[in-house]
Design a protein around this ligand. Structure first.
Ligand SMILES: Cc1cc2nc3c(=O)[nH]c(=O)nc-3n(C[C@H](O)[C@H](O)[C@H](O)COP(=O)(O)OP(=O)(O)OC[C@H]3O[C@@H](n4cnc5c(N)ncnc54)[C@H](O)[C@@H]3O)c2cc1C
Length: 766
């Protein structure tokens, strides 16, 4: 059985088992009974094999991995299983499984796996401890009998546990002892937890136990098991976040106020989309973390998963209560139970803020600017067998191409580059045959398969290659290949490749922005039927001053529904009657133009697709465009600049700054994980789901938060318009902020993306 089949099997079995009883009612009943758990249910979990997953087969376990545990824990979170799956089913068992074999260890492990005994791990003495350290609890030995003196806090499970594995110092060495619940000298003080379960403080006064293990191996086993428990906690939290999103959607679709479902209110839709984004990020982070898990990165993966999933679950459940109104604050209604469980899990074994910092501490040093491999690769022949080339080799080839041909002084440019600035690079790519990686070979492209295409884009972003005016390549080309005539392809495609035609996008108008279907620029066929006469105005035309041509949406029928009367035209901007007026933006850059059309004659053969079918043509490109507007490259680059300013201005000792930085670093990493998930779909050539709109929102809003942190860290330098270069700082401080202000608006503003997600993914009413 493959790993994914085994994960699927555990997920299904967990869903079936947990769905066979109302776990939420059980949570309430057990809370009423004092906060314990049900031994009969625990025995069933043991029978299902849930407790044996992480234990090697030689020790009577299933010898599987944490991914299977995570699949079950997610379902436990969705259903709100009250039994202590992580605290008793993962933490002590994973630890015992790592300890060397011995009579006590083997017997205890066997009892725990069979469900005959339930144990917890008592290792913390203070709130917020993250790693096993030498605390104040002391152990003395007489033979194998241990005597413990000291105190352990936040111990779980509490009520109903048969004993605990306790960490202590034995002759200056780290050690673990087993203590039965009724051991002489042990005082147990239970506290009610926020989620209805109980937690205990254990005080020892020469309490009698048995030595289980000592030395580095014991400490390492505890550290390892605690990180596995955090991953399981993260999965449980991800399940909580997901289920509370679903429950809130269901409520918003049915609860009516002001005569309609409250889910039709845009304020609530947009808030819930923010919850959806957190849920998607937690799933992406969990997926990537589990896939990348190795022994040497366990701590960092566990902290990352715990931090994101706890943030997602606490934000989502808190929002869920608000969107439910008063009923959400009652004990009878389920949503509050999810909130309380999220709160409890988020605080245990390290809260999100602590884990963000721990994750950051464990990161390898930043890589800096991408470098070529040093391997002599000179064969840039664009007609190689790309399908068969290994991805790593292809990436090395792309880096070699940039190292050899891309002008060094144009790496990581602060603003969009004009045609004059990027023409040389465009022509180099054209000469080498690398200009149109996505185009099929029959049209003069490289015919890269999707995985290599994404690799090429990622490598070029990592190298800091500025995007040249490329709308002929990424928009006009694919449109003509799909909707154009043979004559149009032959007339236009070669001139994109030769750099003779620079294309611009003429969609927006003064009164058609987000509501693009409201375009009014009119195209009317003249009496001969051979020419359209175009009148009107386009605006915000990027590269308008450089453009030789425009692909545009025009109104060709005013009598039908607005989307139905639009056509798609190709226009030579040198045609008489066209006036281009540059617009300087707030960064003092000349990025866009307005373009006026006064009785402009456009040949009928420049119509793409059928008359009045322009909306279909325009929409066809959206999926792919959304992937690239959601790329993490801008956030990664700005993050790199924040790291640089931190070093230049000595901010590494400022805890408030470092907490913000760690949060944003994690936001960027999880953006990368979400992007990779969608890129995988694109690589397979499958249809990209509508949830991709979350990428554009999260990428631009993460980028904006980073740009703001850069500005804040720069203090007075944030008042300087250009690159600051002196003994204190060497950065363009304000460019990211100016850039992101536009990025949140173009390619469908973030509000429009939220509308799309609310409708297509959350299925909220209009
Ligand atoms: C840097 C830059 C480059 C651009 N390049 C091009 C280009 O090359 N070609 C081109 O055709 N266009 C281009 N655009 C235009 C871009 O597509 C539009 O700006 C965008 O569609 C928004 O339209 P608008 O500016 O008219 O804002 P409006 O639609 O007027 O929106 C104003 C505000 O209201 C919000 N809003 C509008 N409708 C809704 C709604 N239904 N629900 C909730 N909120 C709503 C918007 O999100 C925004 O916050 C560019 C824009 C920028 C900033």
């Amino acid at each position: 059985m493959s790993v994914s089949e085994s994960i699927g099997m555990f997920r299904d079995s967990a869903n079936d088992f947990l769905g066979s009883a109302d776990q939420r009612q059980r949570v309430r009943a057990l809370e009423e009974a004092g906060g314990g758990f049900d031994r009969a249910t625990w025995a069933q979990l043991a029978e299902l094999g849930w407790l044996s997953i992480l234990v090697p087969e030689a020790d009577g376990g299933l010898g599987l991995g944490i991914a299977e545990v995570a699949a079950i824990a997610q379902e436990a979170g969705r259903h709100l299983l009250p039994e202590p799956l992580v605290d008793a089913g993962v933490h002590p068992i994973a630890m015992l499984a790592r300890l060397p074999s011995g009579d006590l260890r083997d017997a205890l492990l066997a009892r725990l796996l069979a469900g005959d005994a339930v144990a917890g791990v008592a290792w913390q003495e203070r709130a917020g401890e993250l790693d096993p350290c030498d605390g104040a609890t002391r152990m003395r030995l007489t033979g194998e009998a241990a005597s413990l003196t000291g105190l352990k806090r936040f111990v779980r499970p509490a009520l109903g546990a048969d004993g605990w594995i306790v960490s202590a110092t034995l002759d200056g060495e780290f050690a673990l002892a087993w203590l039965e619940a009724g051991a002489p000298g042990l005082r147990v003080e239970h506290q009610a937890g926020v989620d209805g379960t109980s937690t205990t403080t254990l005080s020892f006064e020469q309490a009698s136990g048995q030595l289980l293990a000592r030395g580095d191996a014991a400490r390492a086993a505890l550290a390892h098991a605690t990180d596995l428990a955090r991953i399981a906690q993260g999965a449980e939290l991800a399940g909580i976040a997901q289920r509370s999103l679903e429950l809130t959607c269901e409520y918003l679709r049915t609860r009516e106020q002001f005569g309609k479902p409250i889910g039709s209110f845009q304020a609530l839709q947009h808030r819930l989309v923010d919850g959806l984004i957190q849920v998607e990020l937690s799933q992406a982070c969990l997926r990537e973390g589990l896939q990348s898990l190795r022994d040497d990165n366990l701590g960092s993966v566990a902290s990352r998963i715990k931090a994101r999933c706890a943030q997602a679950a606490t934000e989502m459940t808190r929002m869920a209560i608000q969107l439910h109104g008063a009923i959400g604050t009652t004990n009878e209604y389920d949503i509050g139970l999810y909130f309380k469980r999220a709160m409890a899990l988020a605080s245990r074994l390290g809260n999100p803020a602590s884990h963000r910092l721990r994750w950051r501490r464990q990161l390898p040093a930043p890589a800096g600017a991408a470098q070529a491999s040093g391997e002599a690769i000179e064969d840039f022949n664009p007609h190689q067998d790309w399908e068969r080339m290994p991805e790593a080799r292809f990436r090395a080839l792309a880096r070699a191409l940039f190292a050899r041909h891309y002008p060094e002084h144009r790496r990581y440019m602060p603003y969009r580059q004009s045609w004059a600035q990027s023409r040389e690079w465009y022509m180099t790519l054209s000469r080498l045959g690398w200009l149109a990686p996505a185009w099929p070979r029959q049209f003069g492209g490289m015919g890269l398969p999707p995985d290599k295409l994404i690799a090429f884009i990622e490598e070029s972003e990592a190298w800091g290659v500025a995007r040249p005016p490329d709308q002929g390549l990424v928009m006009v080309g694919p449109i003509l290949m799909r909707f154009g005539t043979e004559e149009q392809r032959q007339r236009f495609l070669p001139k994109v490749l030769s750099g003779e035609h620079v294309w611009t996008q003429g969609y927006s108008e003064p009164n058609a922005g987000s509501d693009l279907a409201a375009v009014r620029t009119e195209a009317v066929l003249d009496a001969s039927g051979r020419h359209f006469i175009v009148n009107g105005q386009k605006t915000w035309t990027t590269w308008g001053a450089d453009g030789t041509h425009m692909f545009m949406l025009v109104r060709t029928d005013k009598t039908v529904k607005k989307q139905a009367g639009i056509s798609f035209l190709l226009v030579d901007l040198k045609t008489p009657g066209i006036t281009v007026r540059p617009i300087r933006n707030i960064a003092a850059e000349q990025e866009c133009c307005e373009v006026f059309f006064d009785n402009v004659r456009v040949p009928r053969e420049n119509l793409v697709g059928e008359m009045n079918q322009g909306w279909t043509v325009a929409k066809a490109l959206l999926g792919f465009e959304r992937l690239f507007t959601g790329s993490p490259k801008h956030s990664q680059h700005t993050l790199h600049q924040v790291e640089r300013i931190a070093a230049q201005r000595g901010l590494q000792d400022d805890p408030a700054f470092m907490a913000q930085l760690a949060q944003l670093q994690l936001d960027t990493a999880d953006l990368g994980a979400a992007y990779a998930g969608f890129a995988e779909i694109a690589k397979r050539g499958d249809a990209i789901p509508p949830s991709i709109s979350m990428l554009k929102i999260w990428s631009t809003e993460t980028w904006e938060r980073l740009a703001l942190l850069l500005v804040e860290a720069a203090q007075d330098y944030a008042s300087i318009r250009d690159h600051c270069r002196n003994d204190e700082i060497d950065l363009h401080v304000v460019a990211p902020l100016f850039n992101v202000l536009g990025a949140k608006i173009f390619a469908g503003s973030n509000e429009i993306q939220r509308n799309i997600l609310a409708k297509t993914v959350l299925e909220l009413p209009s």
